[in-house]
Design a protein around this ligand. Sequence first.
Ligand SMILES: [Zn+2]
Length: 367
Amino acid sequence: MGAAGSKLEKALGDHFPEGERYFGLENFGNTCYCNSVLQALYFCVPFRDKLLEYYEKNKNPADPEENLLTCLADLFTQISSQKKKTGVIAPKRFVQRVRKENELFRGYMHQDAHEFLNFLLNELVDILEKESSAAKDSSENSSSDKIANGPRNGLANGVQKEPLVTWVHKNFQGILTNETKCLRCETVTARDETFFDLSLDIEQNSSITSCLKNFSSTETLNAEDKFFCDKCCSLQEAQKRMKIKKPPHILVIHLKRFKYIENLGRYKKLSYRVVFPLELKLTNTMEDADSEYSLFAVVVHVGTGPNHGHYVSLVKSHNHWLFFDDENVDIIDESAVQTFFGSAQEYSSNSEHGYILFYERLTSVTS
Ligand SMILES: [Zn+2]
């Protein structure tokens, strides 16, 4: 590790960013799904800053209770406060905690990085919500920081508890609108839903922009799949489409590379080439201006099948691109990012494919 570390330090030389740490993460037997996601989150600076802040505020609790949030805050603090600029850290407590909390991640089988990310973010939200309601119980303070979360209904019945907006929501949460138009009476029904990431169907030789276009394209509901129109009080043909109502600050895009193939009776990995740009414009939003995003991390799946393989990540930090493969950290050229787009032919020696993309919004957000 010393040699690899000093190689990286040499490569960065005088450009080594002040205060930044680049640490590989030890693998405890197929924990690359976790390591790759942790690196992407560590280099999600607004998220990291909140975690470090959380650690500072909570480092000496009256009743020290360990949970995923405290373990993650602890790990990030451990990395950021290292004396050395590079090296390897063992995220042992965090991984133990993950295995304790979720039996899915307990085995030594290959795990899905996207499932893990989802689990982690939802778990952090749960912990923050519990802490907030515990704090509220002890001191009946009124929080003004609330908006609806999850499918909203317009009914102000006063019974429904408004969920709290945590810093996890502020970073990752966006809102989608599902619009359905009855083709008989033309009434449009809109239903909002929140998301932490967008899961996109992919096609061979496509791009994120075209996948997003398909995601928002109009779908006709007919035959067996008609829509119950409240106004017509009956099943009617309808048109449905999804639009992004509120783009998130951090846009996480999950490419659906693992597809269930009916006649094979199993999942297959799609190695399709899907171009993901370094700068992305979101055009299918309901906001007036396009939202511009910059790519800062990619979780890459390495391998040919869904049940085995490896995960690594690419991360952009202070205008340098780095490659994280468990313990190993290397600096790479920005042009190398495109080698992770996928394979234009089905059988290709290249088996390293971008799987989860992390974009940060560039344009200012009003919140
Ligand atoms: Zn109708």
